[in-house]
Structures are given as C-alpha cells and as structure tokens.
Design a protein around this ligand. Structure first.
Ligand SMILES: NC(=O)c1ccc[n+]([C@@H]2O[C@H](COP(=O)([O-])OP(=O)(O)OC[C@H]3O[C@@H](n4cnc5c(N)ncnc54)[C@H](OP(=O)(O)O)[C@@H]3O)[C@@H](O)[C@H]2O)c1
Length: 241
C-alpha cells in the first residue's frame, strides 16, 4: 500500500545492495529518506531516480562526528528523524590463521562502531521526544558461526546484543534486528583470500535479491507505535545456513 510510512528515515550504506533496495522500498511507501555512504555518486543517482523525498550526504560510519553531522543534516532537511536504519557493513572473510588484522579492524570499525555511532547520533533526540525506531541490519552470522567468518560473526553477534540491550533500556524506543541470509549484493567484494572468494561464489548460488530484505524493513516500520518487531531472519527458502 503506497503512502503507509509517513516518516523520516535515515539509511546508512545506501549506495548499493540491501541499503539501496530499502531506500527504493521505503520511498515507494511514502517515507522521506536521508541516505548516506562513502560513494556519493551512487547516492546522487539514487536520489535523482526517486525525487524530492530522498536527500543524500556522503558518510563514513566509522567517524562518530561525521555520523552526528549526517543526522543533523537530515533533521535540517526534513525537520525530524523518526527511524535510523544502520545498514552499512563490510565482510572481508578469511581464516583466523591468516592474521589479516587490518581486515578484522575494518569489520569491527564499520559493523560495530558504525552501528554505535548511528545509535549515538539519534538516541538523545529519541529519548527527548519519547519515541523513535532503530533498525540494525545484522545477519544470520548473528546467530551462527562458520569457518572463515569468525570475526564477521563476532561483529554481527555484537550488533544483536547491542540491539537487545537498546530494547531493554528504552521502553519508548523501538529496536529491530533484521538478519538476512545470503543476498546477492556487493558484500564480500573486498575478500582478499582467493579460496574464500571462491566459496562465496558457491554460497551465492542460493541467494535472495535485496528487495526481500527491504520488505522486512518496511514491515517493521509499518507497525503501530506500540508494536516492536524485535527480530526478523530472512533466508532463501533453499538455504543451507
Ligand atoms: N549480502 C548478504 O548476503 C548479507 C547477509 C547478511 C547480512 N548482510 C548485511 O547487510 C548489510 C548491507 O550489505 P549488502 O549485502 O547490501 O552489501 P553491499 O552491497 O556491499 O553494501 C554495503 C554498504 O555499506 C556501505 N559502507 C561500507 N563501509 C562504509 C562506511 N565506512 N561508511 C558508510 N557506509 C559504508 C557501502 O557503501 P560505500 O562503499 O559507498 O561506503 C554499501 O552501501 C551489511 O551490514 C551486511 O553485513 C548482508
């Protein structure tokens, strides 16, 4: 149903994959969107495709000051913030013994600190107003652990714990964890281990398209104020993991 989401929604990691699909889905549902990622040209193209209801700003979620400025710019543009979708993430998988410490750090910085920076940017507003909704995109990796994904799974388990803590600490704020199974996106383009890159190609033979996750986000946002969709797991029907 068009026009069902009369809200201002911030989406991080909106330049590709699940983030871009979520922006399209929510724009079609009537939301106003402020979208961020590092690749501004992609954001600009998406905003031009969708019209005045979508505004964009380059964003690095690992930089807390930049995320705060992103939220300020969204409020300046649309007058309020109702929802933050913490979607930005990276997944350079490798076995622990490869000691790819820079890649571990990048996953922790983007997948955990990025989510915390997002929460910090909107939580004081939501507490002051007495409502708000934070949607964190985790993964089935928040629920399971598989070889080569120890650090990635660690970051997503952390996002799950943080989301549950947010829910428990704030009666007035909705907290939603969306956990996709395998989705065909650009995620993992930065895997430097050739064997893991080959394995990812195999996993992607049973993959959702990003719109499937976007619909789960829309479902959570469409609920009335007293209803909090806490957790959604969305896998391909034929999924192995
Ligand atoms: N695809 C899957 O199978 C799958 C499964 C489970 C969970 N997920 C999760 O879904 C989320 C979206 O991933 P995706 O699959 O759509 O992959 P994707 O196409 O690679 O998108 C990732 C997004 O994150 C953004 N990003 C990365 N680092 C960033 C940073 N430092 N600051 C701001 N934005 C940053 C990227 O934009 P820029 O590069 O332009 O900054 C991009 O827009 C991630 O949290 C991922 O872990 C994906």
């Amino acid at each position: 149903m068009a026009g069902s989401i009369d809200k201002v929604v911030l989406v991080t990691g909106a330049s590709s994959g699940i983030g871009a699909a979520t922006v399209r889905e929510l724009a079609a549902a009537g939301a106003r969107l402020f979208i961020g990622a590092r690749r501004g040209a992609r954001l600009q193209a998406l905003a031009e495709e969708l019209g005045d209801a979508v505004a964009w700003r380059e964003l690095d979620v690992t930089d807390g000051a930049d995320v705060a400025a992103f939220a300020d710019a969204a409020e300046a543009r649309f007058g309020r913030i109702d929802v933050l979708v913490n979607n930005a993430g990276v997944m350079p998988l490798s076995p622990l013994a490869a000691l790819k410490r820079e890649e571990w750090k990048r996953m922790i910085d983007v997948n955990i600190h990025g989510v915390l920076n997002g929460i910090a940017a909107v939580l004081p507003r939501f507490v002051a107003r007495g409502d708000g909704h934070i949607v964190n995109v985790a993964s089935v990796a928040a629920h399971i652990v598989v070889p080569t994904a120890a650090v990635y799974c660690g970051t997503k388990h952390a996002v799950r714990a943080i989301t549950e803590g947010l829910r428990q600490e704030h009666d007035e704020i909705r907290a939603t964890l969306i956990s996709p199974g395998v989705v065909a996106t650009e995620l993992g383009h930065d895997i430097t281990d050739p064997a893991v890159a080959t394995a990812l190609t195999g996993w992607r033979k049973k993959a959702l398209t990003p719109d499937a996750i976007a619909r789960a986000v829309r479902y959570a946002l469409e609920q009335p104020a007293g209803v909090d969709i806490n957790e959604v797991i969305v896998r391909p029907t034929a999924a192995d993991m």
